[in-house]
Design a protein around this ligand. Structure first.
Ligand SMILES: [Cu+2]
Length: 109
């Protein structure tokens, strides 16, 4: 194998590794798009961190206000990703201050 071919193979291998990491992360990523969460319901283990990716062209500001867990984000600009860790079991509605119809239900086991 020529030196160039070897270099090409190592670049391809690095790209595959980066792709695998992105896929693993995607399972815990909630997309905010079209004034909605995608998916709208998710079940995770206690201690899981969910990533909230704002793919709209405008601000979101998400919050949780449950007896077992409370969280309030700052304004979340387009393209920004927030991270929320859910330490305790329960069912937690996630909403947006700016778009009251947005609802994600997180089940933590
Ligand atoms: Cu919003």
């Amino acid at each position: 194998m020529s030196r160039d071919a070897a270099a090409a193979w190592s670049i391809a291998a690095a790209a595959l590794l980066a792709c695998a990491a992105a896929l693993a992360d995607d399972a815990n990523t909630i997309v905010q798009n079209g004034r909605a969460f995608h998916p709208t319901e998710i079940t995770v283990a206690a201690g899981t961190t969910l990533n909230f990716s704002n793919q709209d062209e405008f601000l979101h500001q998400i919050y949780v206000d449950s007896p077992g867990f409370a969280y309030d984000s700052a304004e979340q600009p387009p393209g920004e990703t927030l991270h929320i860790t859910f330490p305790n079991a329960g069912t937690f509605p996630i909403r947006c201050h700016i778009h009251p119809k947005m609802l994600l239900t997180v089940h933590v086991k």
